[in-house]
Design a protein around this ligand. Structure first.
Ligand SMILES: C[S@@+](CC[C@H](N)C(=O)[O-])C[C@H]1O[C@@H](n2cnc3c(N)ncnc32)[C@H](O)[C@@H]1O
Length: 226
């Protein structure tokens, strides 16, 4: 696949619609300086997430997978003054870097990072009735995406927007015999999502400066019986 044209178009769009400001540029630099993986969403995807948050008038956002806080900053900037974003991150060091970036972005009053395994934190949030969230962005480990979907539904209300990143994986989801646990995880999730009668959903394929991938989008339709 000739990916050069996709990269050029992504840069073209990002330069116009999602130019890096000093805070976002410093956030990306901090990932490199602190040895974090370069797995942040692209600038254009960050802008897309921000647009989604504005579109659904989000006041409460849940994010799984903080890394250095890059997507967190894009999303939190869409929140009103009394808005709140909870971001869950399993890695202590990543969470520390993200916290610094969020402080530098002036968003510490709106963003709370919870350090731990989302598979343990989410059931506790459900138990503590911390929902409903207006938007849930899932960008953590891929094998339990189906479980994250189930938890997200329990933390949602009718109209909540669910966004799951990296669900196409360069088209590897087309291979039913794959042994890749990440691919298997999103295959299982994609099937469960498409079969679920409580959401209206689809997958948006994405090409750009990152690999060929896609984001699943789902709107919760009615009351969920957990
Ligand atoms: C793709 S990165 C997130 C990128 C970030 N959303 C961004 O665009 O700036 C995935 C993150 O999920 C975290 N993660 C992996 N498994 C997790 C789990 N079980 N619970 C919480 N976080 C997890 C990883 O440590 C990593 O920081």
């Amino acid at each position: 696949m000739d990916t050069l044209i996709f990269e050029k178009v992504d840069v073209y769009i990002s330069n116009m619609f999602a130019p890096d400001d000093a805070t976002l540029a410093a956030t990306l630099r901090s990932l490199r300086a602190e040895g974090l993986p370069q797995h942040s969403v692209s600038a254009n995807q960050g802008k897309f997430l921000q647009l989604m948050a504005i579109l659904c008038n989000a006041k409460k956002i849940l994010e799984l997978g903080t890394l250095g806080g890059y997507s967190t900053i894009w999303l939190a900037r869409a929140l009103p003054a009394d808005g709140k974003l909870i971001s869950v991150e399993i890695n202590n060091h990543y969470a520390e870097v993200a916290q610094r970036n969020i402080n530098d972005a002036g968003l510490s009053g709106k963003v709370e990072i919870r350090v731990g395994d989302a598979l343990e934190i989410l059931p506790k949030m459900i138990h503590d009735k911390e929902g409903p969230f207006d938007l849930v962005f899932v960008d953590a480990d891929k094998p339990p995406y189906a479980e994250y979907f189930s938890f997200a539904l329990s933390l949602a209300r009718p109209g909540t927007l669910l966004v799951f990143d990296n669900v196409i994986r360069e088209g590897k989801i087309l291979d039913p015999a794959t042994t890749d646990e990440k691919v298997k995880g999103v295959q299982r999730f994609n099937k469960i999502l498409s079969d679920n009668p409580h959401v209206t959903s689809t997958i948006l394929p994405i090409v750009g400066i990152k690999e060929y991938d896609g984001m699943a989008l789902a709107i919760v339709k009615g009351n969920i019986i957990a």
